[in-house]
Write a protein that binds this ligand. Structure first.
Ligand SMILES: Nc1ncnc2c1ncn2[C@@H]1O[C@H](COP(=O)(O)OP(=O)(O)O)[C@@H](O)[C@H]1O
Ligand SMILES: [Mg+2]
Length: 291
């Protein structure tokens, strides 16, 4: 069964760097791995020096590794097209256009994005699917959806039979998939939520906010990576010593408030880009991630 890793946290903390490193590490170990970004501001392409698209593409130079980007605008377009295609054969153009207009609300957009997200979770070909997720609020919104979506489908089925994207018949087929995805998300043997933070106040606050949100959704399979910790051997340098004094205070704070497992990743001299650097970080991650 496919396993899932979700990397989330505030912008700039290292989600893309660490999720890429974890993906390379697993792929090099022989696991067929898909790295998906749902962050509209992602720089996944820069990290691997190649373009990322809506479909999974192999990473040049790393066997077993594929990357993919979920783009909300494009997801919506594809989703609408799938729903409208059969109608085009049955109804005149102006009727189809008016249906299309009704499908342009936020409800359709959320469902379209989530539909893509679920599709990414249903890929039995892969041993691991790793998500590099958008800054937290957005991701959690997606995770809250299945519950309300299921309820929405059930209510619609009992009522008019209509949902915001059309007849309910088309949807109930995938309710099972949605429910399976939620089940996988809650299963600690299959899914691990990795909160990335820096040893600073704002990043920790944001991590704790989303950690608690996940707990409310009964998702307890969480761990934290404190990224960018000054390495022990460098802490007596006067500049680093002052940085470390601040960092150690925040490390203690993470220990005090975060209930899951906490690990540290050092501050590297270089940015985490290019295969050499990513592989090095991957080796450090292999020691701390329980995968
Ligand atoms: N441990 C680290 N040491 C040094 N630089 C890092 C480390 N982790 C991340 N970076 C750098 O920090 C910047 C932000 O990281 P990124 O992974 O893009 O964050 P996010 O995806 O959370 O926005 C990038 O330039 C990245 O190379
Ligand atoms: Mg990123």
């Amino acid at each position: 069964m496919t396993k899932f890793l979700f990397f989330s946290g505030k912008g700039g903390v290292g989600k893309t760097s660490l999720s890429s490193s974890a993906a390379v590490m697993l792929a090099q170990r022989g696991e067929k791995t898909l790295l998906v970004t749902t962050d509209p501001a992602s720089n996944l392409g820069d990290v691997f020096h190649q373009s990322v698209g809506l479909l999974a593409t192999p990473v040049v130079g790393v066997d077993n590794l594929y990357i993919q980007e979920i783009d909300p605008v494009e997801s919506l377009r594809l989703y609408k097209e799938r729903a409208l295609a059969p109608l085009r054969e049955l109804f005149p153009e102006d009727v189809v256009r008016s249906i299309e207009e009704k499908m342009s609300g936020p409800c359709t957009e959320e469902i379209a994005t989530f539909d893509q997200f679920i599709a990414c979770m249903h890929q039995p070909d892969y041993d691991y699917v790793i998500f590099d997720t958008a800054p937290t609020g957005h991701t959690l919104r997606l995770l809250e959806l299945p519950g309300s979506w299921s309820a929405h489908i059930e209510m619609s089925a009992q009522g008019t039979g209509q949902t915001c994207i059309g007849g309910v018949e088309a949807l109930t087929a995938s309710k099972k998939q949605y429910d399976q995805a939620v089940q996988a998300l809650r299963d600690g043997n299959r899914t691990q939520f990795v909160f990335v933070t820096r040893p600073d106040r704002i990043a920790i606050q944001e991590m704790m906010r989303s950690s608690k949100e996940l707990q409310k959704l009964n998702i307890d399979n969480q761990m934290a990576i404190v990224n960018g910790v000054i390495p022990e051997e460098d802490r007596d340098h006067p500049y680093a010593a002052r940085r470390w004094a601040v960092q150690s205070k925040y490390l203690a704070q993470v220990q005090a408030v975060f209930t899951g497992r906490i690990v540290e990743i050092p501050l590297y001299p270089d940015d985490v880009v290019g295969l050499d650097n990513i592989s090095e970080v991957g080796r450090d991650l292999a020691h701390v991630l329980a995968v």
